[in-house]
Structures are given as structure tokens and as C-alpha cells.
Design a protein around this ligand. Structure first.
Ligand SMILES: [Zn+2]
Length: 307
């Protein structure tokens, strides 16, 4: 995820910056240049809205606040992640514990060692000046809670003209990941699907302005496509468990080949393996939440079988 789309919105008397990207010279130079093109200076900006706490969206906001005293607003549900990023929380223990529960014990060890040296630790972080609640109007923009990608993710909605700034809730070129945070919800796919159904229902005819990729004409159309993607994954995994009789998430991952080079699971890079196990595990757990699979604790993690 290199580039992040930053949006400048003028609403009545307020000038608002949405998702100013990550703290880097390249991103800052690009933002400086575009503000000049718009005839604006940083002093004209009243507020920074950030869709979620990920550092490629949030860290430059921290720099701008330090330099120009512009307040930052983030969804209320991002508090635990931002506090954890300041060392006030549990680090990635919960994520590593989930990998263990999905049968990937060795991977959890490897991830624990990696995460203690990750790049994120060197980027500026902090807390919000305002924690946004669902339905709030802030800087003239409506906040629509869209948990799933992270628990506190907010989609910012402008009603005139009709535009939704969807952050990473809804992207145009890829399906965004689910539960990417230190302490995810118990059933994050459930939350993601509920958010997608909501944007499909409530934002028909709203332009889709995502944080990565391009702008598209309709949030609802893309929401329906992404819901279908998740439902296909859920159906495939239901089939895989039925075919195996019983299995762990790790066993499903190991039964497949990965990447265009058809690598064995163990040959794939660490972050890709973590993402793959998490994606499989979260979708299996969604089947458990729906009562379609049973999940039994064992020494090698959760074993899934037909309910
Ligand atoms: Zn993100």
C-alpha cells in the first residue's frame, strides 16, 4: 500500500483534510504541492479526519498537528489501537494468540519476533483530539461507523454533493483486509459484512472515494461486489471443511499452493502467511457464528467440522 488518497473538503466554513497519509517526505511534498494548487495553506485547514488508525493514514496527521496545531478526529473504536501504539496496550499478543488458536503455533512465534522490530514503531503516533461517535456531524461531514477493517473505522459522508470517503472500508481495486489491528473483534467478518450491507443500503448513488485506488460512481455497487467476494470465500471454506471431515485453519492453508509461482504455504513470506491464516480463520469463525460449523478446542488449536 504505497500511495494514500488524501482529500480536501470545503464544507460551509470549514476546510477539512481526510486521511493525510503517512509521515514521509514524499507524501508531505505531494500534499504541499496540491494544497498550493488549491490556493490553500495549512493554516486554512480547520480539522483532520482520519478513517482509521493505520499509520499509512494517520502518521502524517500527527506531524501536521505538531507543526500547525490542527486537531485530529478519529473513530472512538480506534482508541485501543492508538493507545497500544503508544505502548499503553497489549502489543500484538492478541493477534499472535489468534494464530495459535488457528493451529499456526510456529507462525505465531515468528510473527511475535518480527512485530517487535517492525517499521511502524518508528513513525509518529498519538491520540485523537476528538473521538468520533457514529452519526456525528464533524466539520460538516457525517460519520458513518464502518467497522470490519478495524473496529473503529469511520466512513465520512458528504450529502451535497453525494460522496463517501470510505478509507479502507471499501476499495476499488482490491478487497480490503479484515480485523487488521492489535486486538480485533471476536467475529470481524460479521462486522465487515454488516458494514458493507449498510453502505450498500444507505449510500446508493454516492460516489466512492477510497483511500487507495480510484474514484468510482457508486458505493452501493462496489459494496455488493465485496459482499459477494466474502460469501464466496465462506462457501469455499464450508466445502473445504466438509470435504476434510475436520481440520484446522493451518491445515486448509497447507493443503493449497500460494502465489502465482504455486509455492507451498511454508515457502511464502511471513506477512503473507499471517494474512492468509487470519483470512481463513476469520471466515471459518464466521461459519461458526452462523451455526454452520462447529469449532472444537484441541492441543493443535481450533478444529472445525460440520455443525
Ligand atoms: Zn488500513
Amino acid at each position: 500500500m504505497g500511495a494514500v488518497n488524501c482529500y480536501v473538503v470545503r464544507t460551509g466554513r470549514d476546510v477539512v483534510l481526510i486521511d493525510p497519509g503517512w509521515s514521509s517526505e514524499v507524501a508531505r511534498t505531494a500534499l504541499d504541492r496540491h494544497l498550493v494548487n488549491l490556493g490553500l495553506t495549512y493554516r486554512a485547514i480547520d480539522l483532520i479526519l482520519v478513517t482509521h488508525h493505520h499509520y499509512d493514514h494517520f502518521s502524517q496527521a500527527v506531524d501536521l498537528r505538531a507543526q500547525f496545531d490542527i486537531p485530529i478526529a478519529v473513530g472512538h473504536g480506534e482508541q485501543h489501537s492508538l493507545r497500544a501504539s503508544l505502548g499503553e496496550g497489549s502489543g500484538y499478543h492478541a493477534q499472535n494468540e489468534r494464530l495459535r488458536r488457528w493451529g499456526a503455533v510456529d507462525l505465531a512465534e515468528e510473527a511475535a519476533a518480527y512485530r517487535s522490530t517492525e517499521r511502524e514503531g518508528s513513525l509518529p503516533t498519538g491520540l485523537a483530539d476528538r473521538w468520533i461517535e457514529e452519526g456525528a456531524i464533524i466539520g460538516g461531514i457525517r460519520a458513518l461507523a464502518s467497522p470490519g477493517h478495524t473496529r473503529g473505522h469511520i466512513t465520512f459522508v458528504l450529502d451535497e454533493p453525494r460522496v463517501a470517503f470510505t478509507g479502507d472500508h471499501l476499495l476499488t481495486h482490491i478487497v480490503s483486509g479484515t480485523g487488521i489491528e492489535r486486538v480485533p473483534a471476536e467475529f470481524p467478518v460479521r462486522e465487515q459484512l454488516a458494514s458493507l450491507r449498510r453502505t450498500a443500503r444507505d449510500l446508493e448513488g454516492y460516489a466512492l472515494a477510497p483511500a487507495h485506488g480510484w474514484v468510482e460512481p457508486d458505493v452501493a455497487d462496489r459494496s455488493v461486489e465485496v459482499i459477494a467476494h466474502h460469501e464466496r470465500r465462506i462457501a469455499e471454506l464450508r466445502e473445504a471443511v466438509h470435504a476434510a471431515g475436520s481440520c484446522t485453519a493451518l491445515q486448509i492453508a497447507e493443503s493449497r499452493t500460494w502465489t502465482r509461482r504455486s509455492l507451498r504455504f511454508a515457502e511464502v513470506g511471513l506477512l503473507r502467511r499471517v494474512a492468509a491464516i487470519s483470512e481463513i480463520g476469520m471466515h471459518l469463525d464466521e461459519l461458526v457464528a452462523r451455526g454452520e460449523l462447529a469449532r472444537i478446542s484441541s492441543a493443535r488449536g481450533f478444529v472445525y467440522r460440520a455443525a
